[in-house]
Design a protein. Structure first.
Length: 185
């Protein structure tokens, strides 16, 4: 669902899939071929949200920014299920693990990965090509070339998945069961 707010309307690129239970509100721009999963909330109400092309905002992710600020998510980023991104910058090809929080004025570098459940606290910078884990998140190792190859495969498949959702996803309504009770007795 796309919503205009305070005269600002979301702009969605071609080939995107926005789940019907997702909410994209106000000053939001989403690049071509991106995916926004069920239950996701992308709020451009106080600030702006900019999401690049080929990016996956998975199920139940929340993206928001402070008043007159901006939350920027680059190209080919994967934001895992249930994560929260608030007023931060996520560079191209980064991976944000499921259930992670990336807080105000933080940055996650190109090809960096934030581990599942990690907390990138306000003002933290995760360097490019590093894996960061824990609360507060700290870099613990480098991203390997094998990891980049594997994640490149996942990320290049995303526009095709978004296209398939747009072409083949169909709502199914269950029929109410008929009563087997006899009337009049």
């Amino acid at each position: 669902m796309l919503f205009e707010f305070d005269g600002k309307t979301p702009k969605v690129g071609s080939g995107c899939h926005i789940a019907s239970s997702a909410e994209v509100i106000g000053d939001v721009v989403i690049g071509d071929g991106s995916y926004v999963g069920p239950g996701a909330k992308i709020l451009g109400d106080f600030g702006r949200v900019r999401i690049g092309s080929g990016t996956a905002i998975e199920e139940n992710v929340v993206v928001h920014a402070r008043p007159n600020k901006e939350c920027v998510i680059g190209n080919s980023v994967t934001v895992g299920h249930g994560s929260i991104l608030h007023d931060c910058v996520i560079a191209d090809y980064a991976v944000i693990g499921m259930g992670s929080v990336v807080s105000d004025f933080s940055t996650v570098g190109e090809w960096a990965a934030v581990g599942e459940g990690a907390g990138v606290v306000s003002g933290t910078s995760i360097p490019p090509r590093k894996v960061a884990v824990g609360i507060p998140a700290k870099p613990v190792k480098d991203i390997s070339e094998e990891w980049k190859v594997l994640w490149t495969l996942y990320k290049t498949a995303l526009p095709e998945i978004a296209r398939k959702f747009n072409l083949t996803l169909k709502e199914i309504r269950l029929e109410k069961p008929r009563s087997t009770r006899r009337r009049g007795k």
